[in-house]
Design a protein around this ligand. Structure first.
Ligand code: ADP
Ligand code: SF4
Ligand code: MG
Length: 324
């Protein structure tokens, strides 16, 4: 049996803006194995959410994609909306950066969670009593440290705080147990102890069922805690992709080096990505050559002329002229 679950081939994503189509993700080639946890990191605006939403085929209407999204040999990129329903939830589930988008605003939280659990039982071909579904749902909410889960289930999404919505949607993922979970900044509204608990529950889901996870975060130290592999994005491109320990021990790309050196030492969990001087470029006016060249402390003449490609180096992939 193949180990491969997801394979992105030259995935390119555009948004329509007032001045026309803008490319925000450029030719991403990426594969994720069954049971693998891939952390996608990069500063805000690097295209992480766009990439995650595209894989789940949940981009906004002002977007278009090129390339292939092969999930278990089905090309999601080529499916129509009506054909996608079959894959959403069970094959792939997305925790949006804005988790309210994952919930139906006019339905109470309880029925939505029960529905998620029911979908999973149906997929497994098991019959189950309503009472069991309720028990399982309450248990998941308790594990997520939600106080008074019973009353949470009685509420509408807008009656919850940001942190509660985030946990409800994480709960939905834990009940659905999809083959691929895409979690976009899933712990941004949670305090550190709940964040650690979520990481633990994700790891459990991964270990018990082999769920693959794409964990999107701007916080490389958080990605490190959960992931097997790190993919570093900048200006809509993969800059480095490799085993998490190796990337952290010896980052090859100057941008990754900046991210890694911004990890606070000691027990301060605050992240300071601004340790790299300057800001990411605007997609309207990307620099020529290497997109990182205006901020790079190792920039050479060739970097301004030609964009490097993503090449194999020391068992990982890196996009930088220092390695070509
Ligand atoms: N719906 C949209 N329409 C137009 N541009 C968008 C839209 N969503 C995101 N963008 C732009 O796409 C780029 C990448 O955004 P995003 O994928 O959210 O990055 P990240 O998740 O890494 O912060 C940004 O420049 C952002 O402003
Ligand atoms: S290609 Fe050049 S500018 Fe880009 S990261 Fe490498 S050294 Fe820096
Ligand atoms: Mg984002």
């Amino acid at each position: 049996m193949s180990k491969l679950l997801l394979e992105l081939k030259d995935l390119t994503i555009f948004y329509k803006t007032l001045i026309g189509w803008v490319k925000v993700v450029e030719s991403v080639n990426l594969s994720v194995d069954k049971g693998e946890i891939v952390g996608v990191v990069g500063e805000s605006g690097s295209g992480k959410s766009t990439l995650g939403n595209a894989i789940a085929r949940l981009l906004p209407p002002n977007s278009k994609i090129q390339g292939d999204i092969m999930l278990d040999n089905v090309n999601l990129a080529k499916l129509k909306e009506s054909q996608l329903q079959k894959y959403r939830g069970t094959s792939v589930f997305m925790i949006f950066q804005n988790p309210l988008n994952s919930l139906n605003p006019v339905k109470k939280v309880g029925p939505q969670l029960l529905e998620a659990a029911k979908v999973r039982y149906n997929r497994e071909g098991k019959k189950v009593e309503e009472k069991e579904l309720v028990e399982e749902t309450l248990k998941v909410l308790k594990e997520l440290r939600l106080p008074d889960p019973q009353s949470i289930m009685e509420r509408y999404p807008h009656q919850l705080s940001g942190g509660q919505v985030q946990r409800v949607v994480i709960g939905m993922a834990l009940l659905l147990k999809p083959k691929l979970l895409i979690a976009d900044e899933p712990t941004s509204a949670l305090d550190v102890t709940v964040q650690a608990q979520v990481v633990k529950l994700f790891r459990q889901l991964n270990e018990e069922l082999g769920t693959s996870i794409i964990f999107i975060t701007h916080d490389i130290s958080l990605a490190y805690v959960l992931s097997n592999r790190i993919v570093v994005m900048y200006a809509g491109r993969i800059m480095e992709d490799g085993d998490v320990d190796e990337v952290l021990r010896k980052p090859l790309h100057p941008y990754t080096q900046g991210l890694v050196s911004s990890i606070p030492k000691g027990n301060k969990s605050q992240n300071r990505l601004n340790a790299i001087p300057g800001n990411p470029p605007s997609f309207f006016v990307l620099p020529g050559g290497c997109k990182f060249n205006p901020r790079c402390n190792k920039v050479m003449e060739v970097c301004k002329q030609k964009e490097p490609s993503l090449v194999e180096k020391e068992g990982r992939r890196v996009r930088c002229w220092l390695y070509e």
